[in-house]
Ligand binder design. Sequence first.
Ligand SMILES: [Zn+2]
Length: 69
Amino acid sequence: MSTCSACGAIFECGMTEGRAESPCWCTRLPTLPPEAYVRDASGSGVGCFCPDCLQALINRTRDRSAAGE
Ligand SMILES: [Zn+2]
């Protein structure tokens, strides 16, 4: 089990569980730039996000790209 870095929700990630026979749901979502995963300056806060937060993060990243930043 994994804990969402953003909201603390418990969820299952196929990548961290190491189950090669069941690809993680996150592989179906668009990949984010590496900097999108970095949340705190300590460098230790990088982790997985639950489906809801990952989708929200993708939406925000897209919005920023569309705005030309
Ligand atoms: Zn979450």
